[in-house]
Design a protein around this ligand. Structure first.
Ligand SMILES: [Zn+2]
Length: 101
């Protein structure tokens, strides 16, 4: 018996969509929260678990792109730089260098 409601495998249906940014408005494609949403943050931390510096570099690039997009969309009332910093970078777990004692 293989007569389910989904003929073939279209890829949609019950598949959860990845929490990726929808540019240029920078909302999550899956949950519609400002990206990176909590799920996206967890996925990023997991993806860059072995290279937190690379995660910070990546997020700096993302912040740069997002600031450009958001200011272009809303040139007179764009997002506050401090808010953008908190949203894209400040949540990243800090890398603590090994104590040098
Ligand atoms: Zn999301």
């Amino acid at each position: 018996m293989n007569a389910g409601p989904w003929p073939g495998g279209s890829g949609y249906g019950d598949q959860p969509r990845p929490h990726l940014p929808l540019r240029p408005i920078w909302l999550c494609r899956s949950c519609a929260l400002p990206w990176p949403c909590a799920t996206a943050r967890l996925a990023l931390v997991a993806e860059y678990a072995h290279d937190r510096v690379a995660l910070s570099v990546y997020l700096c690039a993302v912040l740069h792109d997002a600031a450009g997009d958001l200011y272009r969309l809303n040139p007179h009332d764009g997002p506050d730089p401090a808010t953008l910093f908190r949203r894209f970078l400040a949540w990243v777990p800090r890398v603590h260098p090994a104590p040098d004692r």
